[in-house]
Ligand binder design. Structure first.
Ligand code: SAM
Length: 255
């Protein structure tokens, strides 16, 4: 029976190898792993040439087993990744690091919000997440959505591979995907304003942009004028916009 901590352990050895390869580990690398569990990714990571590995595991029993290894390059933190990740990132100061994890699916959304708020983001991250979430996150013009707009503003995201339920024990109810995530600098963008705007824009995805903005209290004439300036059709829905247009649109004044 799957536990409340999202403990579906990866057992497909070939997949494990490929996932670790996606992190492109070099000798100098500091790596942080979220939810090492029984060590499916931890052991191959320790076999690589990385300099050190910090693993954050909430299940104390599983964490103790890793601590008992007394592996010099491994530091295990017993705790919640949502709390410990910001602490680890700030303890690294300006040092570069890479991040990996077969994420427990119940924290995915919260974890990415935690990551987005970090000043010191990883130079590269590789995560296993729910396939459907990975597809929404990487969607483009035509299928744009709130998650994609919220994530793509700070990272380049790519689906690297997909996995089936049989690659895990116990088998999860959903399919999984491995994504790579490369943070980018959102130079000159007012992120607070951007996030507020996209929540309004995608509030009711089936509604038109005009109706969503009107529901937020903006005047119809001003919205229509701004849409005209942006060359957005009156009946368009937010899903039809590309990221660049959304960013420019978010910078407009609606007062
Ligand atoms: N990395 C292992 C693997 O690939 O087989 C385990 C992955 S399993 C899907 C998720 C792991 O995250 C479990 O070991 C679980 O105990 C741990 N976990 C669950 N919630 C967590 C949290 N909030 N912070 C840190 N670890 C957590």
């Amino acid at each position: 029976m799957p536990s409340r901590l999202g403990q579906n352990f990866l057992v497909n050895k070939e997949a494990i190898k490929k996932i670790v390869q996606k992190l492109k580990i070099a000798e100098k690398d500091l790596v942080v792993e979220i939810g090492p569990g029984k060590g499916a990714l931890t052991f191959p990571l320790l076999k690589s040439k990385l300099r050190s590995l910090v693993a954050i595991e909430k299940d104390a029993e599983l964490a103790e087993e890793l601590i008992a290894l007394k592996e010099k390059r491994l530091e295990v933190i017993i705790g919640d990744a949502l709390v410990e990740m910001p602490a680890v990132a700030s303890s690294l100061g300006g040092l570069k690091y890479k991040l990996i994890g077969n994420l427990p699916y119940y924290i995915t959304g919260y974890f990415f919000r935690t990551l987005a708020a970090l000043d010191n983001k990883p130079e590269l991250a590789v995560f296993m997440i729910q396939k459907e979430v990975a597809q929404r996150m990487t969607a483009e013009k035509g299928k744009m959505n709130l998650l994609a707009a919220a994530m793509q503003i700070w990272a380049e995201i790519k689906i690297e591979m997909t996995l089936g339920a049989r690659d895990f024990k116990p088998e999860p109810k959903v399919s999984s995907a491995v994504i790579s995530l490369k943070p980018k600098v959102a130079a000159g963008i007012n992120l607070a304003q951007y996030y507020t705007f996209i929540k309004i824009l995608f509030k009711q995805p089936r509604k038109t942009i005009l109706n969503n903005l009107r529901a937020a209290g903006y005047a119809k004439e001003i919205i229509e004028e701004r849409m005209k300036e942006m060359k957005i059709k009156e009946e368009a829905r937010a899903e039809s916009l590309d990221l660049e247009t959304i960013v420019k649109f978010s910078e407009k004044s609606f007062v």
